[in-house]
Design a protein around this ligand. Sequence first.
Ligand code: NAD
Length: 431
Amino acid sequence: MSKRVGIIGVGYVGLVTGACLAEVGHQVYGIDSNTAKIDMLHRGEVPIYEPGLDALIKKNMAEGRLAFGTDTAECVKRSDILFICVNTPPKENGQADLRYVELAARSIAQAMDGYRILVDKSTVPVHTGAKVRETIKRHNKAGLEFDIVSNPEFLREGSAVQDALKPDRIVVGVTSKRAARIMRELYEPFGAPIIVTDIESAEIIKHACNSFLAMKISFINSIATICEAAGANIDKVVEGMALDARIGGRFLQAGIGYGGSCFPKDVSAFIHISQELGYDFEILKAVEKVNAAQRTRFIKKIEETLWVVGDKTIGVLGLAFKPNTDDMRNAPSIDIIQTLQKEGAKVRAYDPVAMPNARRIFEGVEFCKDPYEVAHGADALVIVTEWDEFKALDLERVRALLNQPVIIDGRNVFDPARMDELGFIYKSVGR
Ligand code: NAD
């Protein structure tokens, strides 16, 4: 049964959610306060890089199921179910900044002319749903009926469309049978298991999932550090762990730690809300500490390999916080490049899609047209993001182009034995 869906905030999550809901037959109207984004969408351009998203948006706009605007009131008028997909950035102290959620809720309440379901899809600390309910009650002067739903999003940038069309599960936190029924109907075409909970549990599920995944990354990075000290090989250790069905192999990739717009802020927000609830979440504090140390250790590895970084030309491959996205939010490349620049290095860089966003962040970085131009005359290559394109590099050509055959690999892209055969001074993580 087709529903009328409104999306408040068409960023990474709102755009993908809206396009996928339209794709399964719902009528979707997305709005954003950033008019430049909406202008782009009206011109047929997609503001973010996400595989498959461009085609999905064009198709659903052309078929009349997906439209965009800037007016919240218009969105509320056109929709029965309103998804709040706004950003929830961290404050200085790690707490989630919920001002955009509050504003979205208030604007929806003021425009309501009948029953609506308000779905919180943004990642928020537990008890936000209750706060949104109070906000709607306060600003919906006519006392109209409404339901609040917590429906956390689990998509991963880089495979967001696939994740949203074929989710492992859909979590829906509700307080009424009516909202549960409507949300089941909305998501029925996706064919995924639907977990219906109370709102607080749904909110905690999202923080618990991201924190658990971040914990796996910090755990394996700690093991990698021990491997380096002990002369063991993290690849072999992971192989031996991953075949244990209780453990599994995913998120056990040693590297330079997690970045991006979600893990860092969600871990710190979870620590913060836990503290407010009277629990000192010590494990997560350690996860953060290990993650920060991992980046520092990597920079130190570059310094140790080059001895003096000042006046050296360092080529950086990969800028986005992970492959298949142009998202630079909290990308490890930022800390790494800025530290090298502070020490006097000249930095050249290449990323398959994130360079337009990276240009707005870095000063004095020379952006190159491909990895070979980066390597040309550089004193070392540093791999920061594991794009497939780098795995397929012609390494002999790279070695010939480099001033010195030095590669410091933060993502364990290459096989150390092969790099040795090719004559590289090759440093990676935990091997
Ligand atoms: P984003 O910054 O890309 O998008 C948020 C959008 O909301 C922006 O375009 C902004 O202009 C708009 N906005 C803010 N306030 C508004 C308002 N009052 N009215 C209209 N538009 C408004 O953020 P994102 O990455 O899409 O994340 C959104 C939420 O989803 C966050 O809570 C995030 O933690 C969560 N989340 C993100 C991901 C991800 O991979 N990016 C995955 C799961 C969950």
